[in-house]
Design a protein around this ligand. Structure first.
Ligand SMILES: Cc1ncc(COP(=O)(O)O)c(C=O)c1O
Length: 381
């Protein structure tokens, strides 16, 4: 008999769209992919060379469960120099991606029925981790007109003795928006811990992102190499934790994962120290694409109230086309040959929205936007 936990784990709807799109491609249909949140760039050469070097030097064993001391130092140095915060290597746990970082942090914090506050919409997997660990996700609706930011007064209303943490993610998936400095400052005043998923840091266009550590020490920073360094398949991330949580997280890591991949950790040091130019070039290209698709989506009839200035997503209002985002996404795929993610994948409050990921070439984006414009024009014909 399959466990209740396994049975209750929701699927990731974006995968339905991707699989359907791939099926259509196998039958010869040309599809423009705007659904998956994965960089279309190859990992920078300097990082690949560092991994090859590490392999050739035989760096193929388990590492310390907290991660290579050299990488922990590089992460501490990165946060200290970029944000001017005091982060020491002994606060850092290296993980096999931000996903295990989420799991380990929730596992170290939650007793049964303990609550974590999250925005609705949010990254689809976060509440699933919490449920899996017998915690309780408590959602706060965030709205398009506020740039999908928390209203701090709403957090206050939902906070009680069972609240263990508030999850923030800025720049955010699925919205591409950043949390305003003053809102972050206010959130940091809460007595509970703040878990700040900073995986999209560095992917900002004209705005400066802030780490939660600028406002409070009672925070967990989760970050990874997947997005900024185009390293999704490498599986590398980290947690910066309050010191009293380092040993508990380490014990869970030892049991569940032992350590992150060793040669990948060596490549991670190079990513932090030497990939600046390549990253800058990728960020410039994302920004060109962002500036191209926002007006094109508006022209096609999608609503974008507050311009997203981070990550590589636009969450656009499609309510005038359909109130069922799953049906709409499937219809766009079928009729226009453009794969997009339905808002419902990210929470009930994103129903009626579509997420566009601009991790595709300018040529494909141009073609995709032409197809969408024609598709929406046909609805009104
Ligand atoms: C907000 C957010 N957090 C975490 C992750 C997981 O990333 P990783 O590849 O580091 O596990 C993602 C991936 O899409 C994400 O969007």
């Amino acid at each position: 008999m399959i466990s209740k936990k396994a049975q209750n784990m929701p699927p990731f709807i974006v995968m339905d769209v991707l699989e359907q799109a791939q099926e259509m491609e196998r039958k010869g249909r040309d599809i423009i992919h705007l659904e998956v949140g994965e960089p279309d760039f190859d990992t920078p050469q300097v990082i690949k060379e560092a991994a090859c070097r590490a392999l050739n030097e035989g760096r193929t064993n388990y590492t310390h469960s907290l991660g290579l001391p050299e990488l922990r130092e590089a992460v501490a140095e990165h946060y200290s120099s970029k944000y001017g915060v005091n982060v020491q290597p002994d606060q850092i746990i290296i993980t096999s991606g931000t996903s295990p970082a989420l799991f380990l942090t929730f596992a170290a914090l939650l007793n049964p029925s303990d609550e974590i506050i999250l925005p609705n919409p949010c990254y689809a997997c976060s509440p699933n981790f919490i449920n899996f660990l017998n915690g309780k996700p408590v959602f706060i609706n965030v709205f398009e007109e506020d740039g999908f930011q928390y209203r701090p007064s709403k957090i206050e209303e939902k906070t009680n003795a069972s609240t263990k943490a508030i999850l923030i993610n800025s720049p955010a998936n699925p919205t591409g928006n950043l949390i305003k400095t003053e809102v972050m400052e206010e959130i940091a005043q809460n007595d509970c811990h703040i878990i700040s998923d900073e995986i999209y840091h560095g992917l900002v266009y004209g705005e400066k992102e802030h780490t939660i550590l600028e406002y409070t020490d009672k925070a967990f920073v989760l970050n990874g190499f997947s997005k900024l360094y185009a390293m999704t398949g490498w599986r590398l991330g980290y947690i910066i934790a309050p010191r009293e949580f380092v040993r508990p997280i380490q014990k869970i890591q030892q049991n569940f994962f032992i350590s992150a991949n060793s040669f990948v950790q060596w490549a991670g040091i190079t990513a932090l120290k030497e990939a600046g130019e390549e990253v800058k070039a990728m960020v410039e290209i994302y920004d060109q694409r962002r500036r191209f698709i926002i007006p094109k989506l508006k022209e096609a009839g999608f609503g974008i109230s507050v311009e997203p200035t981070g990550a590589f997503y636009v969450l656009a209002n499609a309510k005038k086309f359909s109130l069922n985002s799953y049906e709409l996404a499937m219809d766009i795929l079928k009729k226009a040959g453009v794969a997009v993610t339905p808002g419902i994948d990210f929470g009930s409050n994103a129903e009626g929205y579509i997420r566009f990921s601009y991790t595709n070439s300018m040529d494909n984006l141009k073609e995709g936007m032409n197809r969408l414009k024609k598709y929406t024009a046909d609805i009104y014909r």
